[in-house]
Design a protein around this ligand. Structure first.
Ligand code: WT7
Length: 628
């Protein structure tokens, strides 16, 4: 871990925010605001929660039964009401809520009033199927507006959505449907990727073949001559909404009512269903969007995430809509049809806030500065980065090509944290590569294994007090929830290695566990290993993450073949295809090496650390437990 930290190259540069930007920001003095918020976090969160609409007030701000938290007890609210009704009843009624651009250039625009009508129709359609508060709905859609509509419609009537990224394959989708026991799956006939048509409906058909809880499948049909819907389980989205009323009252929900389950990877083969609730999650996503991006009514906010991941949940859908923002969302890749794709959208729609990822920046860097140079990017005022550490080189490039005056908010957080926890605000001096300081009300620190705070240097990232948008549990697996709070005594362990510098700035260095971040996507090495060993030719597999120039990290697999199977280029391709079938494209190992043995402890545990050190030509450290 120590070497890891030492290799971090810091540019040593400190960038001060433009005076004009600072002067108009919600928060102009971070140190003062932070000190106040931390002196009495409950009071701070109480004040923020009051900016939103509650049907009835809470009597207790926080009930903290280590490590179980409840926020705003006794309060009733609805996040969908706060995203829609609050604005529809205001001058924002006809303001643009969502601008969607399809991969083929198609444009769809929803005002708040129109989004409200669509969501209400969808909520009524959900009701027409007899779905009840607490039922789970799996949303397996490409990045189209129906994804947003379906999420808000579920929330409106207390259904729990489980959005699954549309790149997951049938077995991965199936295990997530089974774990959530969803009654309904909402999907589309196809998605598009670089003009290629990706069939989604057959993936759902395969996945639900033995999912006994699934009663209906709703299909958004994008292709003119798409597949006919066959079984009586299947409903066309258009038909489903036709004739439904455009009004549907939002249910008044207890603040702790589950809003969604979102599956993410951990250190075992089974994904974790992270559970978030209406009240606290609403407060966290609302205030971080407002303060971090300084989101104002005039802004056009562009977040490149997919609602299949938490960034899309919190910073395409909920956070920006809670603030009455105008959101731009675009289907497709940053370099299709050409590397000017996003710069063109920024110019065309006058984007002022642009939230993207280090992997995308590094990809665009490869195409050169002439691409951003072709466009007028002067509408931009604030930039954001998320999902993985941003190396100073990529940071500096992003800063330079956008005009050397738009501060980059390097936001650190996780699926489990619900909202951004460590981040600059527009008034905070920046150091390229550092996520800087904790958000208001958040006590983040770097500690050793015993939980002792490290004044300066490397250690583990922890959060010392509960916060409103924290996950409440892992669906069906509360013991796995406990692990987050039992690993290091007295605090929430994020699983990240972090360095604290002389100014108390935090530098997140990567995962401390068996989780790999490929292009910002979180992949458990155990999941890939179990996919590999499910192949008939494989006895054993070990998977590690390896540095990669664009994606940050890549997956490398070491595989032992069963007797009678031999290594051929075909075999490697075979194994990669197998992982593609089992999990999906994002989990496919870029490199597969056939080996005859794997380093193990005497008790038989594979020592991935040793494999990794060998692969990278590093010192493996303590190998006293190694068997051979
Ligand atoms: C992990 C969480 C955060 C939403 C998208 C990913 C890494 C995230 C940063 C950052 C360095 C970062 C961490 C974290 N990470 N943001 N700004 N700097 N690392 O959510 O899939 O739950 O992954 O992403 O390792 O633990 P996620």
């Amino acid at each position: 871990m120590e070497e890891n930290i030492e290799t971090l190259q810091k540019s040593g540069r400190v960038i001060h925010p433009p005076a004009e930007l600072k002067a108009q920001a919600y928060i102009q003095d971070y140190d003062k605001a932070y000190k106040e918020s931390i002196a009495d976090p409950e009071k701070f969160w109480d004040g923020i929660a009051k900016e939103l609409h509650w049907f009835s007030p809470w009597h207790t701000i926080l009930e903290w039964n280590y490590p179980w938290a409840k926020w705003f007890l006794g309060g009733t609210c609805n996040i969908s009401y706060n995203c829609l009704d609050r604005h529809v009843q205001s001058p924002r009624k006809n303001k643009v809520a969502v601008i969607w651009v399809g991969e083929n250039g198609e444009e769809r625009i929803f005002t708040y009033a129109e989004l409200y009508r669509q969501v209400n129709k969808c909520a009524n359609a959900l009701k027409s199927l007899g779905l009840q508060k607490g039922d789970r709905v799996t949303i397996y859609l490409p990045k189209i507006p129906e994804q947003i509509v379906a999420m808000l419609a579920c929330a409106r009537i207390g259904l729990i959505h489980s959005v699954i990224y549309s790149g997951f394959s049938a077995p991965a989708l199936k295990s997530r449907i089974l774990d959530a026991e969803s009654k309904l799956v909402i999907t589309a006939d196809v998605g598009y990727d670089r003009a290629k048509t990706i069939a989604l409906k057959p993936v759902v058909d395969e996945a639900i073949a033995d999912c006994p809880t699934v009663e209906k499948v709703v299909v958004v049909r994008r292709e003119k001559n798409g597949p006919a819907l066959s079984s009586d389980k299947e409903i066309d989205w258009e038909d489903w909404l036709t004739g439904q009323s455009t009004s549907c009252e939002a249910l008044q929900l207890d603040s702790e009512t589950p809003l969604y389950i979102l599956y993410t990877s951990g250190t075992t083969g089974k994904p974790k269903g992270v559970v978030h609730v209406h009240g606290g999650y609403m407060v966290g996503t609302y205030i971080t969007t407002k303060y971090v991006f300084d989101l104002k009514d005039e802004d056009v906010y562009f977040c490149v995430a997919d609602p299949g991941w938490v960034t899309g949940h919190s910073y395409i859908v909920y956070g920006p809509l809670l603030n009455g923002g105008t959101i731009l969302t675009a289907e497709g890749k940053p370099d299709y049809p050409n590397p000017g794709r996003w710069w063109d959208l920024i110019e065309r729609y006058g984007v002022s806030i642009f939230y993207t990822t280090p992997t995308a920046i590094r990809l665009l860097m490869k195409y050169g500065e002439e691409w951003p140079g072709k466009y007028d990017l002067s509408s931009l005022r604030i930039l954001g980065s998320v999902g993985e550490p941003i190396n100073p080189e990529a940071w500096e490039w992003f800063y330079r090509v956008t005009g050397s005056s738009k501060p980059i908010m390097d936001t650190w957080w996780q699926t489990e944290t619900g909202s951004i926890l460590v981040t600059p605000l527009p008034c905070v001096p920046l150091k390229p590569g550092s996520a800087t300081r904790p958000f208001l009300g958040i006590e983040a620190d770097v500690v050793d294994r015993e939980g002792k705070s490290i004044a300066q240097g490397g250690g583990f990232a922890v959060i010392k007090k509960p916060w409103p948008s924290m996950m409440r549990t892992i669906h069906n697996d509360p013991d796995r929830y406990l692990l987050y709070w039992n690993t290091i005594p007295g605090c929430y362990t994020a699983g990240d290695v972090c360095h604290k510098d002389e100014d108390g700035y935090l530098w997140f260095m990567g995962r401390a566990d068996d989780v790999v971040k490929v292009a910002g996507n979180r992949i458990g090495t155990a999941e890939v290993e179990s996919a590999l060993v499910s192949h008939e030719a494989v006895v054993e597999a070990a998977v590690i993450g390896k540095p990669h120039k664009t994606a940050g990290e890549m997956i490398k697999a070491f595989v032992i073949l069963k007797q009678g199977h031999t290594e051929t280029p075909d075999m490697i391709k075979h194994l990669q295809d197998h992982v593609l079938q089992e999990l999906g494209k994002i989990a496919v190992p870029k490199e597969v090496e056939i080996v005859s043995s794997l380093p193990k402890t005497r008790s038989g545990k594979i020592m991935r650390r040793v494999l990794k050190a060998k692969e990278l030509g590093q010192d493996p450290g303590d190998i006293s437990t190694l068997d051979e």
